[in-house]
Design a protein around this ligand. Structure first.
Ligand code: ATP
Length: 842
């Protein structure tokens, strides 16, 4: 039974009363347990390291969840590939694949009358003259009446007669000089085109038999030449008609892998990949295998459908088993190619266009190369040139391999022939047939996968060669430098060098293009501490964050998370890290619950009860249980930030104990959570709500937040570091206030004389100084146990000042911040657009 839970509206859009989001009664009861009795402790489970393959299965699961709501892309992939490959088989020539010539199979057409098809309509007297050969010469002198015969003086007259009367001369005519035997004949050459050879046969027989007659060798029956017509055999070994099919097939194959880039590109651009890699998915191998496993389903499906259709509809394909392997491999390599392109493109659309465009260009080059070679290259060299074109273009694009397999499959360019002998089934796997494409695609796949992992590992290889000894010497010099300057910063740096804080930054330094943006920053954050990193724009806070995450390698220094160096063992260190980035990175097609289930699985929680309990407890702790089954993209900004926080926390060791409704108490090892600008852009009410949430979950953890809000830092932090490239000040808020400016006196001065009076009065107080912003505000150092006391200050103000109105207040974090910044002459960065990078993606 779902329990109805009402909630006060947290923002303008989420005022719904919803069910408990499917949270099981026992868990909800265990967590809330009414308002009177303290809730029982509920232990959230520690994350465990998971193998890359296990994490890949989680990514696969995520893709399956997303596909339920977003199925158009997968459908398009299959439809385009299958239709592009199968519909154009209507263009196939229909000839059986063969390497042999087949004269005996060609239909033979008799040329001699009356069998000649040209003769079928002749009838009546005189027809026998055309019955060549029977009695042809014997009957020539007694021509039947319908045959038009006449005496003509010469050949020229014959030609002019034909020219003038050709419409009535159905077959043509023969002119024979009875004296010399010279002869001339004309025929109608219009299609079907056999009139000429037929007339030639007739003439041959007439002249031959005339010659026999003249020589007195006349036979009782005429000597006859029976001529037949037969066309040359077709180019059975690869008709160019099949090129039409290859052209359509190749185009479909070139385009469909581009669809594989869409999701991964969106995942990368919306920083979800970076979020995953910082929150449990410690190994990019798992990420990419997961995506590949999912996309391979489509490659296998479309390859299988295509091969079944080929096999069922025509017998023109050879080696369909090999062809299936090539198609599957091509799908896999096409997906990997798309993933690699997505690393460098700025949007899913540009990734799609880049992959599709490149593949189509390579496809045209490949096809064009073959056709130009066949048209213009010397016949003896064309086979070699085609082989060179194939093996060269196959290096540049996987589409060349699938095109080659298509050529081989229908024996285009006699690729399945050794001379006039068809190749055996055993040699279908040769390098020049299906073997080449299979080999190339395998190598292609490994290389592309290597690139993906290398890029996402954050250049792990160079890290192995970091000169840690040289770094140590340099870090000692830096410590000496500190001692000479800022005492608090020096003390912090000294302490963190040997502390057992959960998070330790040791002399972190980072330079971008010769510009030092983080300079020798050291601090430690112990458990049960929220450390606020404050600084003006461009101070290097996000860069410091990215160095803690292990995403940027510092030029100098190191970060230790629970004693493990992020520099040399980023994957191990990240196991204890949760990151809530500056910009919310969520999958728009997943619900709140699904997000937490996926990140819980990535962090190694066991599926089933353990995972479910942890997810539900976290949703309640962050008040997200009301929106458990709502798509994350439909949450308000504040609740999306809460979801990011819950993601950062899942899989961390927490214990729930009593404090009003929900409070977390640590009983295990502390973990480190980084929160970049937690509540930026959130309204005041929601902000306070989120502060409460963060306080609830902060116990027992080392948390670092960056913020521009002094109010937020004051509300949350118990330790503060003010940074502007260097660490300028560090300590608890009280420490800093007492160190920098303890109290402020603000006079209300209606006249210029009053201003002068206030300044004269305050100049008598030791250590008092005019604040920088207002001429009537003064900072007064009040030290416990020494110097001026607060009572003495009030006494002076009331007895000597006689001011109508003034106020005395303890200095705030904001005034300390401003003072530190002013004292150190810090300039804010010119935030020119495009010059900034936030949550680093690779
Ligand atoms: N990948 C990069 N390449 C070059 N310069 C960079 C890179 N990342 C950051 N910077 C520069 O480093 C400086 C510090 O940037 P960073 O984002 O760390 O500051 P920040 O304190 O987080 O600023 P904000 O408070 O505005 O978020 C800036 O001048 C920025 O332009």
């Amino acid at each position: 039974m779902a329990r109805q839970t009402s909630t006060a509206p947290v923002d303008g859009t989420e005022k719904s009363i919803s069910s408990s989001g499917g949270i099981s009664e026992p868990v909800l009861a265990e967590l809330t347990d009414g308002s009177s009795a303290p809730p029982k402790a509920l232990q959230l489970t520690n994350g465990r390291p998971r193998s890359p393959f296990s994490q890949a299965l989680t990514i696969f699961y995520k893709r399956a969840l997303i596909a339920r709501r977003s199925w158009l892309t997968p459908l398009l992939i299959v439809v385009i590939a299958v239709c592009g490959a199968c519909i154009p088989i209507v263009f196939l020539s229909g000839q059986e694949t063969s390497c042999t010539t087949k004269f005996q199979n060609e239909s033979v057409i008799p040329l001699y009358f009356p069998e000649s098809p040209i003769y079928f309509s002749a009838s009546g007297p005189g027809t026998q003259i055309l019955e060549s050969p029977p009695n042809i010469t014997a009957t020539l002198g007694r021509t039947a009446s319908f045959l038009r015969t006449e005496n003509i003086p010469d050949n020229a007259t014959f030609v002019s007669t034909i020219n003038q009367d050709y419409l009535n001369l159905t077959f043509g005519g023969i002119s024979i000089d009875l004296q010399t035997g010279d002869s001339l004949f004309a025929w109608e050459a219009s299609p079907p085109g056999l009139t000429g050879p037929t007339m030639m046969n007739l003439v041959t027989n007439i002249l031959y038999n005339r010659a026999l007659n003249q020589s007195g060798n006349v036979a009782s029956t005429p000597n006859l030449i029976y001529a037949n017509y037969a066309a040359f055999p077709h180019l059975a070994a690869g008709t160019l008609v099949d090129l039409k099919w290859v052209a359509f097939f190749g185009a479909a194959m070139a385009v469909f892998p581009a669809f594989f880039t869409l999701y991964v590109s969106r995942e990368r651009r919306s920083a979800v990949q970076a979020m995953q890699l910082s929150n449990g998915l410690s190994d990019p191998i798992g990420l990419w295998i997961g995506h590949l496993l999912w996309d391979s389903i489509f490659s296998v499906t479309l390859a299988t459908i295509i091969i079944i259709v080929f096999a069922a509809t025509t017998n023109q394909f050879t080696g369909l088993g090999f062809f299936w392997v090539v198609l599957v491999l091509y799908g896999v390599v096409g997906a990997l190619f798309g993933y690699c392109v997505s690393l460098f493109m700025s949007s899913p659309l540009s990734s799609f266009a880049a992959v599709a465009g490149y593949q189509i260009v390579m496809y045209i080059l490949y096809l064009g190369g073959y056709l130009l070679t066949l048209t213009y290259a010397p016949t003896t060299q064309s086979a070699n040139i085609i082989t060179i074109i194939h093996f060269t273009l196959s290096v540049l694009s996987p589409v060349a391999s699938v095109m080659r397999a298509a050529f081989v499959s229908v024996n285009l360019f006699s690729l399945l022939c050794n001379g006039t002998t068809p190749v055996t089934a055993a040699s279908l796997g040769d390098i020049t047939r299906y073997g080449g494409p299979i080999l190339y695609l395998f190598v292609y796949g490994f290389v592309l996968f290597g690139i993906l992992v290398w890029v996402d590992s954050g250049s792990i290889i160079p890290r192995r060669f970091l000169n840690t000894k040289r770094r140590q010497v340099r870090m000692d010099e830096l410590q000496a430098n500190f001692e000479a300057n800022r005492q608090d910063v020096a003390t912090e740096a000294r302490a963190v060098a040997s502390s057992n804080d959960a998070l330790r930054l040791l002399h972190l330094t980072k330079t971008f293009e010769g510009n030092k943006v983080v300079d020798d920053v050291s601090y430690g954050v112990s458990r049960d501490t929220i450390f606020a990193m404050l600084g003006p724009n461009g101070a290097g806070k996000t860069t410091t964050f990215n160095m803690i995450r292990g995403d940027i390698v510092p030029n100098m220094g190191d970060v230790l998370i629970k004693g493990t160096s992020v520099l040399t063992s980023p994957r191990t260190a990240r196991l204890s890290l949760g990151v809530c980035p500056q910009f919310t990175a969520i999958d728009s097609q997943l619900t709140v619950r699904e997000h937490l289930l996926i990140y819980g699985r990535l962090k190694g929680l066991n599926r089933g009860h353990e995972l479910k309990t942890n997810v539900e407890a976290l949703m309640i702790a962050t008040s997200l249980h009301m929106y458990a089954d709502r798509l994350a993209s439909q949450l308000s900004g504040g609740n999306q930030r809460k979801l990011s926080l819950a993601i950062a926390l899942i899989g961390e060791y927490l214990n729930l104990s009593h404090m009003r409704w929900l409070t977390w108490t640590h009983v295990g090892n502390p973990s480190v959570v980084l929160i970049d600008e937690f509540s930026t852009g959130i309204d005041a009410k929601m902000k306070r709500d989120m502060w409460g949430t963060l306080r609830n979950v902060a116990v027992g953890k080392a948390i670092v937040i960056t913020t521009h809000s002094m109010e937020e830092a004051s509300a949350l932090a118990n330790k503060v570091g003010i940074i502007s490239k260097q660490l300028l000040a560090v300590g608890t808020i009280d420490d800093l206030i007492s160190r920098y400016a303890t109290y402020q006196v603000h006079f209300s001065c209606p006249t210029r004389e009053d201003v002068t009076r206030a300044q004269v009065l305050m100049s008598r107080i030791p250590g008092s100084r005019l604040a920088d912003d207002v001429a009537t505000r003064f900072e007064v150092p009040i030290q416990e146990g020494s110097g001026l006391t607060l009572a003495q200050l009030f006494h002076i103000l009331s007895s000597q000042g006689d001011f109508q109105e003034y106020s005395v207040e303890k200095a705030t974090l904001e005034s300390v911040f401003l003072k530190v910044i002013r004292e150190n002459n810090v300039m804010e960065e010119d935030n020119s657009p495009g010059s900034r990078r936030r949550f680093r993606l690779w």
